[in-house]
Design a protein around this ligand. Structure first.
Ligand code: SF4
Length: 411
């Protein structure tokens, strides 16, 4: 899982400017505007309105979190869409207090991730060469994809695969921990002509998120649920990134386009992507970038890079490799693998299917957290265990405003 996004200086400046602007205007009407829909369907907590403790908190409600923290960048991370599922109030605190969500466990976790990544992908020394080019960071990500797809094709596994695309109206970016293909390969049809004997058999594709967990017991349902949604986003993004994938599926994971529509489907989503981020897909990336591409991925013929030294060109190379994969989507092709960082051993695996309705529900909820003026919602009474490990529990307005504390906050 990606680290929490750190604010960049522009975001912070924008935020401070907004505060200044708001402070100079009247704020007397703000508190009366604040209403939350109490999540307590049983009415135990009886929260009907909130009064924020500081003017700054009120100010945030004058602009959406997306506009404040993500608009300049132009997209949401998968993490952005998943973290609020744990507790929106906690996520709001992380954003507004400008905290980086890094604990000792996460540091240990990232060392497990790095260990796993280096198993499949040794570091290449690839770097950003032109920091003024908007296209180059995305081009680097596509180089990483090309490398990853080649590994998938040759070795049946790749890790830390960057992916992006649209989920409904949102441009979403993520890094897939692990994509793997079944070793045996599922034969999906009886050979009918001679080509079937030399074409490789379709292989089952799996998407896995690697998590760290010190305990060997099964994680809570809430933790597992959040991670499941995360992996569903990854699968959705990957399978829509390459509309011309050679894919078979009996699941509703992917609405497979007609053969004749495959090629044309690539253009609309790419154009929307370029337009969203104001990128020029056909702009030449320059000689230095070209040399870097050739040097770091020698398996691609030099001429192919020379003829495709643009975002769109590199995407064409990655799509071509993706089309070589013959994929099958089987049952329970999504998974979460929990690793014990002390022993570096696998301690628990959860496998599951893609659930389009669950994913859409979660998206709608989280998207409104980011893009509307509604207030964040804290944990319901039956999930108050989450507060025990929360660093905001002593100051949390959600807990303070409920009538009865569910646990002793000094625990
Ligand atoms: S204390 Fe509980 S309700 Fe408050 S932010 Fe933390 S997890 Fe959410």
């Amino acid at each position: 899982m990606e680290d929490y996004e750190v604010f960049d200086v522009e975001d912070l400046n924008e935020f401070l400017e907004e505060l200044d602007k708001q402070e100079s205007s009247s704020n007397h009407n703000i508190i009366s505007d604040l209403e939350i829909d109490g999540i307590d369907s049983e009415g135990k907590w009886g929260i009907t309105s909130i009064e924020h403790d500081t003017i700054e908190e009120d100010m945030f409600r004058k602009i959406t979190l997306y506009d404040l923290f993500r608009k300049r960048r132009g997209y949401l991370n998968v993490t952005d869409l998943v973290s609020p599922l744990w507790c929106e109030v906690q996520q709001d605190y992380y954003l507004t207090k400008k905290l980086k969500k890094t604990s000792p466990q996460m540091i240990k976790g990232s060392s497990v991730h790095q260990h796993l990544e280096y198993e499949t992908t040794p570091p290449t020394g690839r770097i950003l060469l032109n920091k003024y080019s908007k296209e180059e960071p995305w081009a680097l990500k596509i180089l990483k994809q090309i490398e990853g797809l080649h590994q998938l094709y040759m070795n049946g596994i790749t890790r830390e695969f960057p992916i992006w695309g649209f989920y409904k109206d949102s441009l979403v970016m993520g890094i897939i921990d692990e994509i793997s293909l079944s070793q045996q390969g599922a034969i999906t049809k009886e050979p009918r002509d001679i080509r079937d004997f030399w074409l490789p058999a379709a292989k089952d594709i799996y998407f896995t998120d690697n998590k760290t967990r010190f305990s060997n017991t099964r994680p809570s349902d809430s933790q597992i649920y959040q991670s499941k949604i995360q992996v569903m986003y990854y699968a959705h993004l990957f399978l829509h990134y390459f509309p011309s994938l050679n894919l078979k599926s009996t699941q509703p994971l992917y609405a497979k386009p007609n053969e004749r529509d495959k090629k044309t489907l690539e253009i609309p989503w790419l154009n929307s992507f370029y337009k969203s981020l104001n990128l020029d897909g056909s702009k030449d990336l320059g000689t230095e970038f070209l040399e870097q591409s050739i040097r770091t991925i020698p398996i691609i013929p030099e001429d192919e890079f020379r003829n495709n030294n643009s975002l769109h060109g590199l995407y064409k190379i990655s799509s071509k490799i993706a089309r070589r994969l013959r994929l099958n989507i089987s049952d329970k092709n999504l998974g979460i693998a929990y690793w014990n960082p002390r022993t570096q051993q696998l301690s628990y695996v959860e496998k599951f299917d893609y659930e389009p309705i669950a994913l859409e529900d979660c998206y709608n909820r989280t998207n409104s957290f980011w893009r509307t003026m509604r207030d964040p919602v804290g944990v319901p009474p039956n999930e108050v265990f989450k507060c025990r490990s929360c660093e905001f529990r002593d100051e949390c307005w959600w807990l303070q405003k409920k009538q009865t504390l569910p646990f002793h906050t000094n625990n």
